[in-house]
Design a protein around this ligand. Structure first.
Ligand SMILES: [Fe+2]
Ligand SMILES: [Fe+2]
Length: 197
């Protein structure tokens, strides 16, 4: 039996073709969290001159959020907020926000997407930049939510002597969150996901 569709142009694809593709999509979707976690591990040993490597910073941010009683969605946002550092040198917050977007609410998405400009309040002035750049968002309803994330968690997560939880303590949280996409155009009906090959 064919394991690949036969069309050469998308417009000529058939329902049978999609009967082959959709189960593959479902397989990819079910292992998304594992790929995201593998990518997060790329931050291990990546210091970039900082006092802690970027994986440690991510784990400290998530640990602080968890210990402050934040819910699982928020803790996963804290864990993944800097995952874009490897590919998004000039816009790392956009990468984490895009990965998380199908699974989180608007406030947390805005928080992750804009955390960089809020963290800038703590250091932009050392670089000749405007530490108050975040003020451009002052009227946004999620301003305080993002400012608080940086103040309480992102800002405080650079301590080489801090105790923090290992990545294994957060892995199931990432898996649970990514098993339930709420905001996506690619909502494939369950009966099609189970289509025979
Ligand atoms: Fe960041
Ligand atoms: Fe950060």
């Amino acid at each position: 039996m064919n394991t690949r569709a036969r069309f050469t142009r998308m417009e000529s694809s058939t329902k049978e073709d999609w009967g082959l593709i959709v189960p593959e999509f479902a397989k990819m979707a079910s292992s998304l969290a594992d790929r995201v976690l593998a990518h997060l591990r790329l931050l291990d040993g990546d210091f970039g001159g900082f006092p802690v490597d970027r994986l440690t910073h991510s784990l400290q941010t998530a640990t602080l959020a968890l210990k402050a009683g934040r819910d699982e969605e928020y803790v996963v946002c804290a864990l993944l907020h800097d995952i874009g550092d490897t590919l998004g040198t000039y816009n790392h917050p956009d990468i984490g926000a895009a990965i998380l977007k199908p699974f989180i609410g608007e406030a947390n998405h805005w928080m992750v997407q804009h955390h960089g400009v809020f963290q800038g309040y703590n250091f932009f002035h050392h670089l000749g930049m405007d530490r108050n750049m975040r003020d451009m968002f002052r009227s946004n309803p999620h301003y305080e939510h993002a400012a608080e994330f940086v103040d309480l968690f992102d800002n405080a997560a650079f301590d080489p002597h801090a105790d923090f939880l290992p990545l294994s303590d957060f892995e199931d949280m990432v898996r649970r969150l990514m098993a339930d996409p709420k905001n996506t155009i690619y909502k494939v009906p369950i009966d099609q996901q189970a289509a025979p090959r």
